[in-house]
Design a protein around this ligand. Sequence first.
Ligand code: FAD
Length: 474
Amino acid sequence: MTRTEKTIAIIGGGIAGLSAAQVLQKEMEERKEAITFLLVEKENRLGGNILTERHDDFIIEGGPDCFLSEKPETITLCHKLGIQDHLMKTNEHVRGIFILSKGTLQELPEGFMLLAPTNFSSFIKNPLISPLGKLRMAMDLIIPGIKSAEEESLAQFVTRRLGKEVLEKIAEPLVAGIHAGEPETMSLKSTFPRLIELEKSYRSLIIGMIKRKKMFKGKKSTNNYTMFMSLREGLATLPDTVAASLNPKRFLTGNPVISVEKLSDASGYLLTLAKGELLKVMSVVFATPAFVTSDLFKGIDPVLSSELLSLPYVSTATISLAYERKEVSYPMNGFGFVIPRIENRKIMACTWTSKKFAHRAPHDKLLIRCFVGGIKNEHLTRLNESALIAISREELRDIMGIHAEPLFAKVFRWEKSMPQYMVGHEAKIKRIEERLSLNPGLFLAGSAYYGIGISDCIKSGEKAALAALKFLPR
Ligand SMILES: Cc1cc2nc3c(=O)[nH]c(=O)nc-3n(C[C@H](O)[C@H](O)[C@H](O)COP(=O)(O)OP(=O)(O)OC[C@H]3O[C@@H](n4cnc5c(N)ncnc54)[C@H](O)[C@@H]3O)c2cc1C
């Protein structure tokens, strides 16, 4: 058993835990503080959901393939790590996203990323929404803003402002593509707070979007980023570089934490690791999925443990398929497509990977990635690999007319990997925070609480590390 007066344990080596470790390592080096930390990870590799594999000259993302540039944390971390020259834009010649509608792919009109149209001529011409649906959308211009303080789901909000057709054909598939969830249960406040702001500021979403667009028009972009960004050699460069920057004594892999107990003299916590080690620490950052954290809290605070357990997760799988370029005639003028559930398909989205990013496949080959699972079709993620590949091929044949045999296929299964921010999420997180404050020295980080994007997770890991540092006696 080791005993260090000022030790912080970080449980979980996904991007949240690694970001916490990065902050602590920097503090140790810069301030020469007499603190130590140890990151403990269950798997033999670090990175959690961020996983890149190489296959010949293909770069294949198993989990996330990009991050939003408007949230600064990922880009800032790349600069801190000295890998800013790895930052890679999306292909600027194709931007569109397509939506499957009655079996064919229709381009999402410009400006629709936030659900309301900003370019009327392209919207009016676009066949995705029926004439009646377009009329209903236009009612957004006259519908008053909401007065009630009751929390709305994304579905309630979109139906109220823009109508059911926009919900079914646009909002639902876009949201399923990001959160793998369904808009009926999803908290608007916790997932798309900007829509609430738009309604508050401008009453109408359409007016709000147009005014915002005008505000930014003419302002030269001050940065060199596209909306979505990646890293040249794949996103795993990020966790790999953090790991390489850590002193190897500061992390343990392949060794899950199986319990955390309060020390009887209240001087800290005792961690038991699966391989038998015991670790006495003063503070713990839990950067594990909420259901794992719940388990580890059982002996410390059963009330907090059950609140954490009530944060739901869904499973997904990604299936990447490689083809000879000459064998695929579909034009692929965009980043890929999403599929409304009313289309009753087995895949929920598809990324045209080698179109979205350069260097993902050799020039005479193509890489395409299908998503399966999510709240609607979670059972499909439990199928074996060949069944998942067969489903993907069937759907690509139907939708894009791809009959060719793939050169190879790679399946990545993500069991209970996508936290769902349901209506009431914010109130639940407040209760969790209040309860956590009764347990001095314990902190939470990761995708379950304040945002599921990579930048959100980095921010939560850094914040938890700073809070743990502040907790230690000086
Ligand atoms: C398929 C998929 C696609 C995604 N696409 C995007 C995208 O394009 N852009 C984006 O911004 N986000 C995306 N996300 C979300 C984003 O990847 C995640 O929210 C983020 O990586 C989560 O990081 P984390 O550190 O919170 O958790 P995780 O990555 O889940 O890390 C938690 C770690 O804890 C470890 N652990 C578990 N139990 C124990 C234990 N008992 N002891 C020790 N360690 C333990 C796990 O092994 C894991 O390494 C995607 C997610 C998935 C699954």
